[in-house]
Design a protein around this ligand. Structure first.
Ligand code: NAP
Length: 210
């Protein structure tokens, strides 16, 4: 899908807001940061699955040893640490479009994201795609201010950008399936898992058999 130069996408991709028109040339090189994490790894796999040649994908990782499976598929893996700006410009050399996965260090994200955006600009990256959060500009979610500040950095950067206002990831729950199953086993069938913010439900005890 060709995207305008400046776009904000809510989790429903049809509800995107175009912030400025432009033509979108086909990228020559894609880079994915946080490629050793779940989302970054899935993004690299998705590019490969969609037929993007491996030599047009660059996986950026703080911990390269975690993604030997990616490098073995012909994708170049480069070291990039958001906290170490010296690693960022070389990591982004020759990159056309960067998927910048938001950092995990809450409270440190803004300086880290600033370093990535500055380096991308310095390296000549054309577009940054950033993983923000739903309603970053009017939610009370404590994680939102760093996302909104990053969005605003992108708006002020003069670069092309796409902001993905992602919703809550299903992995926040699926990662806990093992714990749920272990607890269910120890507490028995009357216990059912409770999602955060939802009341606990218990399975009614069946009446004794006559
Ligand atoms: N919307 C939601 O529900 C939700 C839920 C969870 C997370 N998130 C956000 O979405 C992002 C991706 O989620 P995920 O599930 O893929 O998280 P994840 O599996 O924890 O992966 C995080 C990735 O960020 C990398 N990273 C962290 N700090 C870094 C730094 N200083 N420099 C370079 N890379 C760094 C990690 O590298 P290492 O492998 O070296 O640690 C890892 O590759 C998270 O970072 C978080 O901001 C959103």
């Amino acid at each position: 899908m060709a995207l305008p130069a400046r776009t904000t996408l809510a989790c429903n991709p049809r509800s995107h807001v175009t912030e400025a028109p432009a033509t979108t040339p086909i990228p020559s090189k894609y880079a994915v940061s946080g490629a050793s994490g779940r989302l970054g790894h899935l993004a690299v796999e998705s590019l490969l699955r969609r037929g993007v040649p491996a030599d047009r994908i660059i996986a950026l990782a703080r911990t390269r040893a975690k993604i030997t499976d990616i490098s073995s598929r012909g994708v170049q893996v480069r070291h990039a640490d958001y906290s170490d700006p010296a690693t960022l410009i070389p990591a982004l050399a020759g990159v056309d479009v960067l998927l910048m996965i938001s950092a995990t260090d809450v409270g440190q994200r803004l300086p880290q994201h600033t370093a990535v955006i500055d380096a991308a600009k310095g390296a000549g990256v054309r577009r940054i795609v950033y993983t923000s959060t739903l309603r970053a500009d009017d939610t009370k979610l404590v994680l939102a201010p760093e996302h909104l500040a990053t969005e605003n950095l992108l708006r002020a950067s003069g670069m092309e950008f796409t902001i993905l206002r992602n919703s809550w990831y299903i992995e926040n729950y699926t990662d806990q399936i093992g714990q749920f199953l272990a607890k269910a086993k120890s507490l028995g069938p009357q216990w059912t898992p409770r999602l955060p913010g939802r009341p606990a439900r218990t399975t009614p005890t069946p009446p004794p058999s006559p």
